[in-house]
Write a new protein. Structure first.
Length: 255
């Protein structure tokens, strides 16, 4: 274990990994709490397969589709890598929707985890933009006209719509510059943003802990500490404990 000890003494990374992997969680969590980890795994698969595809893809109108055909038909296991990347994009988006649905139904977006919910929404939006920019890259008829529809829809947005459409097209029409811009967004800008947001998301999960299911006898999260009595009633505007904690908090509650 000397290499690990050497690394830990100089960086502290081993201790950080242990803190991330081995921490206390509620005893009554279930498989629904693994949807976030499943979405993270899907993103890692997308990143790995995307790097492999980028080694053989040519982002030009004349070579884009032939390079896709070459990857699918001639490279060893190329059909598998491309299929995993193509369908994995849909799996990634679906898992993110399921994960956010679980968070909403369990009330895990409430105090003190509001910021983590906002970061999760940003991850979802960035992931959908990643799928949109990747749809044009095969440069076939389906990809071309689907991108035309998507760009025109963005162009109908108030105020920024025309500018956004021109930015996505990289001009007045979809052409070689559009393909290059979509490729750069798909390979550099958006993945970097997703990685940064996921890192912040995981940090907040480790810092704030995992929420208990709604049926848990223990209250999820932590109590808000107010210096002065709050003028608003408990309920929608203020978090309240439930289960055993709520009974003990009431006057005359059981010890």
């Amino acid at each position: 274990m000397y290499p690990l000890d050497w690394l830990e003494e100089r960086s502290g990374l081993v201790g950080g990994v242990k803190h991330f992997l081995f921490r206390n969680v509620p005893a009554d969590i279930n498989w629904m709490q693994t949807l976030g980890s499943a979405a993270l795994t899907a993103f890692i698969v997308q990143a790995i397969t995307g790097v492999i595809l980028a080694m053989y893809y040519h982002p030009t109108p004349t070579d884009a589709y032939p390079s896709i055909v070459n990857i699918t038909d001639h490279l060893t296991m190329g059909w598998l890598v491309r299929g995993m990347h193509k369908w994995g994009a849909s799996v990634f988006i679906i898992l993110m929707f399921l994960h956010m649905g679980r968070v909403f139904l369990f009330g895990a977006y409430k105090y003190p985890r509001e910021l983590n919910w906002i970061v999760g929404v940003l991850i979802l939006v960035t992931g959908m933009m990643e799928g949109f920019t990747g749809y044009l890259l095969p440069w076939d008829q389906t990809a071309y006209w689907a991108s035309v529809v998507g760009i025109n829809l963005n162009g109908t947005a108030p105020f920024l719509g025309p500018w956004l459409a021109q930015f996505l097209r990289s001009g007045q029409e979809i052409g070689a510059d559009t393909l290059t811009r979509f490729y750069s967004l798909h390979m550099l800008v958006l993945p970097g943003g997703i990685i940064a947001l996921i890192g912040l998301h995981l940090y907040l999960v480790v810092r704030l802990g995992v929420t208990s299911p709604p049926w848990s006898p223990e209250a999820a999260g932590q109590e808000r500490v107010d210096e002065e009595p709050h003028p608003l009633r408990p309920g929608l505007t203020r978090p309240v404990p439930h289960g055993i904690a709520a009974a003990q908090a009431e006057p005359g509650g059981s010890e």
